[in-house]
Design a protein around this ligand. Structure first.
Ligand SMILES: Nc1ncnc2c1ncn2[C@@H]1O[C@H](COP(=O)(O)OP(=O)(O)O)[C@@H](O)[C@H]1O
Ligand SMILES: [Mg+2]
Length: 157
C-alpha cells in the first residue's frame, strides 16, 4: 500500500456490451499509484490496458468496483467529470486523430473554450504554449505532424 496514492482502484471490473457479445475486459483490479510516480502498464494486446486507463478520467465507468483519483470517486453518480478531466489528461495512441480545429490556434483553444473561459483568457492560455507563440498558430491543422499533435494533446486541450 503506497503512502500517498493519487489513483486507487478497488475490485474494478469492466464488461463491454451484453448478451452473446459480452466481454469482460477487467476483472477485480486492485491497484494504487503513488503521487509523483511514473508507472507503465504493460500487457499483451487486448489485456485491458486502454480499458483500465480510460477509467482514470471517466471515459469509462466501472461495471463493478470503485476508482478514486486524488480522492474523487470517478464511479460516483453526479461526479464533476469536467473538473476531473482538467486534472487527468489523456494522450491517445494516434495523436493525429485528435486534431480537429481549422487552425492550430482553434485546435489548441478547444479545451480552454470548453472550460467556459473568457475570450481573453482563452487567448492567453493558448499563447502559453510555445509553438502557438509563433506563426504556427495560424497554420492549417492538417499541415502539422504527429509529434506536434502529441504536444498539443499534452498541453491539456
Ligand atoms: N468498445 C469495446 N467493445 C467491446 N469490446 C471491447 C471494446 N474495447 C475493448 N474491447 C475488448 O476488451 C478487451 C481489452 O481491450 P483493451 O482495453 O483495448 O486492451 P489493450 O489496450 O490492452 O490492448 C479486448 O478483448 C477488446 O477486444
Ligand atoms: Mg490499448
Amino acid at each position: 500500500m503506497s503512502r500517498n496514492p493519487i489513483i486507487v482502484t478497488r475490485h474494478l471490473s469492466h464488461i463491454y456490451l451484453s448478451g452473446q457479445l459480452q466481454k469482460k475486459a477487467l476483472h477485480d483490479i486492485n491497484l494504487e499509484i503513488a503521487q509523483g510516480s511514473c508507472v507503465a502498464i504493460v500487457g499483451v494486446n487486448g489485456s485491458g490496458k486502454t480499458t483500465l486507463v480510460q477509467h482514470f478520467n471517466g471515459l469509462l465507468r466501472p461495471t463493478e468496483g470503485t476508482v478514486l483519483v486524488d480522492g474523487i470517486d470517478v464511479s460516483a453518480k453526479g461526479v464533476d467529470l469536467r473538473e476531473l478531466r482538467q486534472r487527468v489528461g489523456m494522450l491517445f495512441q494516434l495523436p493525429e486523430t485528435q486534431l480537429f480545429g481549422r487552425t492550430v490556434f482553434e485546435d489548441v483553444a478547444f479545451g480552454p473554450r470548453r472550460m467556459h473561459l473568457s475570450r481573453r483568457e482563452v487567448r492567453s492560455r493558448v499563447s502559453q504554449w510555445r509553438p502557438a507563440q509563433t506563426s504556427c498558430a495560424s497554420r492549417c491543422i492538417g499541415d502539422v505532424t504527429g509529434g506536434f499533435g502529441a504536444g498539443r494533446s499534452l498541453h491539456g486541450s
